[in-house]
Design a protein around this ligand. Structure first.
Ligand code: ASP
Length: 316
C-alpha cells in the first residue's frame, strides 16, 4: 500500500488484509515488551493542521512501537501560521527525510494533493481531511466490531449481514463517510439516522438506508449503534433548534440505551459530548466500545504504518 487516503479505495480483500495485520499487531500489545524493531531507521512525521488528541497520540504510539523515529509537527506555532504553503511544508519534510507523513487538515482532499504532488516521496496517511474521510478511524471501528463479534477467531472474517446504525451529524462527519465505504465493502448493512438537515446532499447515492428517527432504528435491533459527535466547529447555521431538542430526538439517552438488545454494542469515535449525543450511562457501560476503539486504534495504525512503509517508494 503506497498511501492510505480513503477507505473508498479499499476492496473487501484489502480491507480484511489490513484488519488481519492489525490482529498481529494487537498480539504484540499483549506481550511484556510491546515494541517491534520493524521500522527502525524510518521517520514518521505527524503533520497536524487541526486539533487532535487521540488520533495524534495514537499514531505516535503506533510508530514508536514499531521503532520508527517520530516527529510531531503541529501547524499552530509553526511556520504554517506564518503563511507557509502546503508545498513548502511538504518540501521541508522531504528534505528532513520523512518516510511517511500522517496528515490531518481542515481541507477535504489535502492528503490527496500531497500524495499526487512531486513535492515529497513519502507515503501519505490521511488522519482526517475536512469532512471527507478518516480512514484509520473506519478501520479501527471495523476491527472493533469484528473483534466483538468473533473474538479470537476474527482473522480472515468480514462483517457480512452485521447491522450498523450510524447516528447524528453525518453531514460534517469524515468518520461516517469512512465507515460507510468500509463497512459496506465488508458486507455490513449500514443505516444512517439523522435530522434531514445533517445529511449530505447526494446521500441517496450511498450504499445505505436512511432514517430520521432514532427510536425506529433502535426498534430494528441493530448489532451496532455508532454515535457521532455534533461538530459545532464546522457549523455556521442553525442545523437544529437547540442542543436540548437535538438530544431529545437523536441522543442515545438512558431510555434508548435500555431499549437496545443486550447484545448491541455502542460506539463513539470521540471526543464525546456527554449528555448531548450520548448519555454517560451508555458511554460507560460494558456494551460501549469507546475505550476499546482507542486501544484498537494503535494496533490498526501500526498495521497501516507497516504496510505503507514496507511498500517503499514507487507506484502502488
Ligand atoms: N475525532 C474524529 C475526527 O477527527 C471525530 C470527531 O472529531 O468527532 O473526525
Amino acid at each position: 500500500m503506497r498511501h492510505l487516503l480513503s477507505t473508498r479505495d479499499l476492496d473487501r480483500e484489502e480491507a480484511i488484509g489490513i484488519l488481519d495485520v492489525a490482529e498481529d499487531m494487537a498480539e504484540v500489545q499483549n506481550r511484556e515488551v510491546r515494541k517491534l524493531p520493524t521500522l527502525r531507521g524510518r521517520t514518521v512525521v505527524n503533520l497536524f493542521f487541526e486539533d487532535s488528541t487521540r488520533t495524534r497520540i495514537s499514531f505516535e504510539a503506533a510508530a514508536k512501537r514499531l521503532s520508527a523515529d517520530v516527529i510531531n509537527f503541529s501547524a499552530k506555532g509553526s511556520s504554517v501560521s506564518k503563511g507557509e504553503s502546503l508545498k513548502d511544508t511538504a518540501q521541508t519534510l522531504a528534505s528532513i527525510g520523512a518516510d511517511a507523513v500522517v496528515v490531518r487538515h481542515p481541507a477535504s482532499g489535502a492528503p490527496q494533493v500531497l500524495a499526487q504532488s512531486d513535492w515529497i516521496e513519502a507515503g501519505i496517511i490521511n488522519a482526517g481531511d475536512g469532512t471527507h474521510e478518516h480512514p484509520t478511524q473506519g478501520l479501527l471501528d471495523a476491527f472493533t466490531i469484528r473483534r466483538r463479534l468473533h473474538g479470537r477467531t476474527a482473522r480472515g472474517k468480514a462483517l457480512d449481514g452485521v447491522s450498523v446504525s450510524i447516528v447524528g451529524d453525518i453531514l460534517h462527519s469524515r468518520v461516517a463517510r469512512s465507515n460507510v465505504w468500509l463497512l459496506t465493502s465488508l458486507g455490513a448493512n449500514v443505516r444512517l439516522v439523522a435530522p434531514a438537515t445533517l445529511l449530505p446532499v447526494g446521500v441517496t447515492g450511498w450504499p445505505v438506508t436512511i432514517g430520521y428517527d432514532l427510536d425506529d432504528a433502535i426498534a430494528e435491533r441493530p448489532d451496532v449503534v455508532m454515535m457521532l459527535r455534533i461538530q459545532a466547529e464546522r457549523m455556521s447555521g442553525g442545523f437544529f433548534p437547540n442542543a436540548r431538542e437535538y438530544s431529545r430526538r437523536w441522543g442515545l439517552d438512558d431510555a434508548r440505551f435500555n431499549a437496545l438488545p443486550p447484545t448491541s454494542i455502542v460506539m463513539h469515535p470521540g471526543p464525546m459530548n456527554r449528555g448531548l449525543e450520548i448519555s454517560s450511562r451508555a458511554a460507560d457501560s460494558d456494551r460501549s466500545t469507546v475505550l476499546e476503539q482507542v486501544t484498537n486504534g494503535v494496533s490498526v495504525r501500526m498495521a497501516v504504518l507497516y504496510l505503507v512503509l514496507s511498500t517503499g517508494k514507487g507506484p502502488a
